[in-house]
Write a protein that binds this ligand. Structure first.
Ligand SMILES: Cc1ncc(COP(=O)(O)O)c(C=O)c1O
Length: 395
């Protein structure tokens, strides 16, 4: 049998760091049945019943058994515009400023294909969500990492980017509330990004995957709330986290018309939009009573408290995340993020994501998901306590 070589574009794709982690976890799981997995980003709660029921009923609609409009039903785009008006008091034109995506992972890869050529540069947060890298690699563009450091609240220091980089830059990815650090944006950060985007003709892509998850009563800022945001950028909105709909694959890109047009053009060639029943349920989720979202955020906030208190009790000096459902904890002296994650897996059967998997500035940290109940989060900390890696730090 012949083996056909993969295209150059595929060969440029980065290694999927986390598939290596999944294999390691699988090996440990085969020998132990008490593994606590805090390493992944998959919401653990079900989709709210009324959303599921909307899909169940919509599945019977013969209209949805036909091809949907290639760029999605108008009612869904209108629901997105209503959502932005209600949640952020932002006016969105549903016809020209919304594109429907099969989840934002897809859009984050496509947007590079839409806007980058070989030789261009894309600015990415480091640490950051690895799928930004994939789209950039497919186009043959260069990636320039913007370090996110604790002392700047895990915001990039744009002043570090030099003129030759700005000259080649065409795209900048930002993500707040941030995966993996749990940091949130400020108006000043977005204002500076808009000003620089204008100055250097760089499209700003704000990934708002955790937009509904803010703690201490703070509602995370939408990039589109900032004056002039639509002139230079777009926001990626997903239903995966807000409504526990990760398996449904629904997301949107919202904002600058020329970018929406480009995304709809590429999607015209890749897909025929989503099943109509899913579109109806998604529109229902965005426009119906939002009490399930409030309850969900309350649940993550309780888990955050349980985790942070338990970590501090065992002497781990950690900061509580301000948003998202991730905590970003420093590793003890003498370990790398990977060696510490391996120790926790092998000796405590606790899975965490090593920071290096999110970029070189993720070194020195591990990411813990708030995706298990409070008792498991506490038990994970007790098992880590038994390793005595922090005991010398307890006051
Ligand atoms: C920062 C960030 N962006 C985007 C996504 C992709 O979300 P989806 O493809 O489910 O819309 C994720 C998922 O984990 C994420 O963490």
């Amino acid at each position: 049998m012949k083996t056909f070589p993969q295209s150059n574009a595929l060969q440029r794709l980065p290694e999927q760091f986390f598939s290596k982690l999944v294999k390691k976890v699988q090996n440990v799981k085969e020998q132990h049945d008490d593994v606590i997995n805090l390493g992944q980003g998959n919401p653990d709660q079900p989709t709210p019943r009324p959303i599921v029921q909307t899909l169940q009923e919509a599945a019977d609609n013969p209209l949805y058994h036909k091809y949907p409009p290639f760029d999605g039903y108008a009612f869904l785009k209108e629901a997105v515009a209503d959502y932005y008006k209600r949640e952020y008091n932002v006016e969105i034109d549903p016809i020209t400023e919304v594109a429907v995506l099969a989840g934002t992972k897809t859009g984050l890869v496509e947007i590079s294909q839409c806007l980058l050529n070989k030789g261009d540069t894309a600015l990415v947060p480091d640490p950051g969500y690895p799928d930004y890298w994939s789209g950039i690699a497919l186009t043959g563009a260069t990636m320039h990492e913007m370090p996110l450091r604790a002392e700047l609240g895990f915001h990039p220091n744009f002043a570090e980017i030099e003129d030759p980089t700005w000259e080649k830059a065409k795209l900048m990815f930002l993500n707040y509330p941030n995966n993996p650090t749990g940091a949130v944006a400020t108006p000043e950060l977005f204002e500076e990004a808009i000003q620089l985007g204008n100055k250097h003709d760089v499209c700003v892509v704000h990934d708002f995957a955790y937009g509904s998850i803010g703690f201490d009563g703070q509602k995370p800022l939408s990039f589109l709330q900032m004056p002039g945001a639509k002139d230079v950028g777009v926001e990626m909105l997903t239903l995966s986290k807000t409504y526990n709909m990760a398996g449904w694959r629904v997301g949107f890109v919202v904002g600058n018309h020329s970018v929406i047009e480009a995304v709809e053009l590429i999607q015209d060639h890749y897909y025929c939009s989503l099943f109509g029943g899913i579109q109806e349920a998604a529109a229902f989720a965005l426009t119906s009573d939002q009490s399930s979202v409030e309850q969900l955020v309350g649940m993550y906030e309780k888990r955050r408290k349980a985790l942070v208190e338990a970590a501090r009790r065992i002497g781990w000096q950690v900061e509580a995340p301000k948003g998202s459902f991730f905590a970003w904890f420093p590793v003890p002296v003498g370990y790398t993020s990977e060696s510490f994650a391996d120790l926790l897996l092998e000796e405590a059967r606790v899975v965490v994501a090593p920071g290096i998997g999110f970029g070189k500035h993720g070194e020195g940290y591990i990411r813990i998901g708030l995706l298990s109940d409070e008792s498991l989060l506490r038990e994970a900390m007790e098992r880590i306590d038994a390793l005595h890696v922090f005991s010398h730090l307890v006051k």
